[in-house]
Write a protein that binds this ligand. Structure first.
Ligand SMILES: CC(C)(COP(=O)(O)OP(=O)(O)OC[C@H]1O[C@@H](n2cnc3c(N)ncnc32)[C@H](O)[C@@H]1OP(=O)(O)O)[C@@H](O)C(=O)NCCC(=O)NCCS
Length: 144
């Protein structure tokens, strides 16, 4: 069962210790960077991902200040816990949460074009190409 928890003094050090595989490092910013970004961009909401009370990953989303739409900016599952369904389950839970906001109806995200695992995960969740490439990343959207 996936749970989200805020990042506070109880889990901060464990969240920054979460790591993706070496060859995935170019696909996602470090959690240290994301937490620092969220301090400067307070619209960013950071969540630690737990599976049955075990910390397995991190996500960050926001209502973007430029377009006023939801963006999932980060998703990572620690390499030790990848391939167990946690990334997909966490995305499903986050999407369900965002969908509760009936004032909006689209979620955006972006990924490096060579990140085929992320692409296929997002397509399975119903995201489709939006046609834009921003800073070299492919933009996908889910209309809800
Ligand atoms: C992308 C990422 C979050 C996926 O998380 P995960 O927990 O490993 O993914 P899941 O176990 O939920 O698997 C999702 C799907 O990918 C498939 N998959 C997972 N690992 C795979 C692998 N190594 N090879 C092939 N397929 C794989 C699963 O079979 C699943 O498909 P299914 O639902 O049809 O069975 C994770 O790999 C990650 O943190 N990657 C590095 C950071 C990153 O790229 N983040 C996204 C930036 S946009």
């Amino acid at each position: 069962m996936i749970q989200f928890k805020e990042i506070d003094r109880k889990n901060f050090w464990d969240v920054i210790d979460l790591k993706v595989a070496e060859e995935q490092k170019s696909f996602v910013a470090s959690n240290l960077f994301s937490l620092a970004q969220a301090k400067a961009y307070p619209e960013c909401i950071c969540l630690a991902i737990y599976a049955d009370e075990v910390l397995v990953g991190f996500t960050m989303y926001c209502i973007d200040e430029d377009d006023h739409e939801y963006w999932i900016y980060r998703l990572m599952i620690d390499e030790k816990f990848q391939g167990k369904g946690y990334g997909k389950a966490a995305m499903e839970k986050l999407i369900e949460h965002i969908k509760e906001d009936s004032e909006r109806n689209v979620i955006y995200l972006s990924f490096e074009p060579e990140n085929s695992l992320a692409r296929s995960l997002y397509e399975k969740l119903g995201f489709e190409a939006d046609g834009r490439i921003i800073d070299g990343e492919v933009v996908y959207r889910l209309v809800y």
